[in-house]
Structure formats: structure tokens, C-alpha cells
Design a protein. Sequence first.
Length: 119
Amino acid sequence: MESPTSQLHRRAGSGHHPRHIRGHGLGTALPTIVAELGAQHWYSWSFTVFLAASAIGTVLGGRQADRRGPALPLLLALPTFAVGLIVAAAAHSILVLLVARVLQGCGGGVAGCSSSRST
């Protein structure tokens, strides 16, 4: 039986987008995170705001990648996603976590469409 870590490394090397792999990890950790923040009733919002922001980022990033090429959207998307990760890691409230998820969604949406545009 393959360990979860081995599966993650295999998937990362097989063309799976990191945004999809990270989504599974968050689904596992999120119940603990929202419990520690005392916000169990906000559980589903973390996924909702991420998906909504990802859809918006895909549209806006795709439009820019089509007009000017994928370089600029990627240069903006990756730092946006990284800032979202850092803000989420430092979140002490559910509101801050949700803002971080919006940043991650926007960055991931733009990166997803821009990286597929460049191939």
C-alpha cells in the first residue's frame, strides 16, 4: 500500500495541478482549523470563497493571457497565491482565513489558466 506522502509526490510529478492536491489536504485539515478558530459554522465558506475567487481569477487571468501572453498573469498570480498561503498560516480569525482563501483562489485561478495557456 502506498503512503499518502508517496501518493502526493507521485501526483505532483504526474501533471496534477498543485491547486488540486492542496485542496485535498485542506479538506482533511479544515475541521481542525475551524474548530481552533471557534468557527465551525463557517466550515463550508472556506471552499466557497476559494472556488468563487478561482472562477473570477480564471476569467480575468485568461483574458489577460489571451491579450498579452501568459507571462504577466503568472508573475502576478504566483505571489498572490503565496501571500494567501502566508496569511492563512497566520490567521487568528475566520475572517482572515477567508480573505486568505480569496487570495489563494484568485492566484490559483489565474495561474491555472495562464499555465495551461502557455503550453
